[in-house]
Design a protein around this ligand. Structure first.
Ligand code: PLP
Length: 397
């Protein structure tokens, strides 16, 4: 068979290749410290698991509405409104099999061939992949080192605007850096979106995974509700990555279109999993509190050890489960400039597996510093300590 020409434009998540390589290493008997995976090695809270079991036994095993269950849509609107001060109703919600499908459906619903789409780089690689695959032109904007965390390179973003720019993807809170936009950054983005009449995908996959403070959303700003579609997911907030449950929340005509895409793609999101989602939003919160407590402990220790390594510096973000240390000097000390050579050398010497900046897009021309991503959602505290200390010994030797 001859594959369709459009497949040449389809990218991937290169982090999965790192995961395969890591699996092969484990099989060969090596000790691995997995900091490459954006997943959680903690169980889904028990009340949610039980709700799914109950739903299966109660026969919630047939098709349901392509928009999702009414109960779940209502709870999602309420939940999102409570945290963002918005006024969505169930009609603004289309349940999805995960957060990721919202990206493609947003583009299919709103992007015409040749449209330019601003997306974060470094960033979740699926944006660039699907923009190109569906015939748009991906235009990257970057992040800069700020005072307490990374900040959006608003200057580059503004310079990249052209009359063809139609869409903007904002991933706040941000994978891989853990950055979150300040009120001022959000205002600047809102102003740009207004002035250039942009539709915005607010990828808020990590909105509820935070240890201190309160998350902000672009949708809270005046006029933004009509321009934004929120990517909501249960994956990180409730340790439910494999359940595949999320939602698109936005203006009704866009949501209706996404629901029509649902009919064409998967008919409906898994029926009984949606009942688990109802329990997640309505049931007791102690499972979630435990999750946050454990992840916070991991973040603190990981950031502490990384910052103690000669040639490494690292912010300690208030949210997400990612750290994005600057390793420029450490790489130089090892005589390495190539990211992949550095990653492999560290992996072979220590068993510490991580993604580098290049797993989140090609380096921008103005970029001089080097970064890696340390994901601590999938590795226990004692192994974090052991692994990162091995990395320290290696980098300082
Ligand atoms: N958006 C970002 C920024 C992510 O990092 C991820 C997953 O890692 C997703 C969306 C999709 O998550 P899911 O499909 O599990 O909801």
């Amino acid at each position: 068979m001859t594959l369709a020409g459009r497949i040449d434009n389809l990218g991937t998540e290169k982090a999965f290749a790192v995961a395969d390589e890591a699996l092969a290493l484990i099989k060969s008997g090596a000790t691995l410290y997995p900091f490459h995976i954006g997943d959680i090695n903690l169980p889904t809270p028990e009340n949610i698991v039980r709700a799914a079991e109950r739903a299966i036994r109660d026969g919630k095993t047939g098709y349901c509405s392509n928009y999702g269950l009414g109960e779940l849509r209502e709870l999602l609107a309420e939940d999102v409104n409570a945290a963002r001060g918005t006024a969505y109703t169930a009609d603004n919600v289309a349940v999805q099999p995960g957060g990721k499908p919202v990206i493609g459906k947003f583009l299919l619903a709103l992007m015409n061939p040749g449209d330019e789409v601003l997306f974060p780089n470094p960033g979740f690689p699926i944006y660039e992949s699907l923009i190109g695959f569906y015939g748009g032109r991906p235009v990257p904007y970057g992040y800069l080192e700020g005072e307490r965390n990374f900040v959006i390179d608003i200057g580059r973003l503004k310079r990249s605007l052209t009359p063809k720019t139609r869409l903007l993807i904002l991933n706040d809170l941000h994978n891989p850096t853990g950055a979150e936009a300040s009120p001022q950054e959000l205002e600047e983005i809102a102003e740009i979106a207004d002035r250039h009449d942009l539709a915005v995908l607010c990828d808020e996959a990590y909105f509820d995974l935070r240890y201190e403070g309160r998350s902000r959303s672009l949708t809270s700003l005046p006029g933004m509700r009509d321009r934004c579609v929120i990517l909501f997911t249960f994956s990180k907030r409730f340790a439910m990555t494999g359940w595949r449950l999320g939602a698109a929340i936005g203006p009704r005509d866009v949501i209706d279109t996404m629901a029509r895409l649902n009919v064409n793609d998967e008919s409906c999101t898994n029926h009984f999993v949606q009942w688990a989602g109802v329990e997640a939003l309505r049931g007791p919160r102690d499972g979630r509190r435990r999750l946050i407590r454990i992840l916070k402990e991991r973040r603190d220790r990981a950031a502490e050890i990384l910052n103690a390594i000669r040639g490494v510096r690292c912010y300690r973000p208030d949210a997400t489960f990612y750290l994005y240390p600057n390793v420029t000097d450490a790489m130089r000390a090892k005589g390495l400039t190539d990211y992949e050579a550095f990653r492999r050398a560290a992996l072979e010497a220590t068993g510490v597996s991580f993604c580098t900046r290049l797993h989140f897009g090609g380096q921008l021309p103005e970029e001089t510093e080097r970064y890696i991503r340390i994901a601590y959602g999938g590795i226990d505290l004692d192994r974090i300590v052991r692994g990162l200390n091995l990395l320290k010994d290696y980098l300082e030797s």
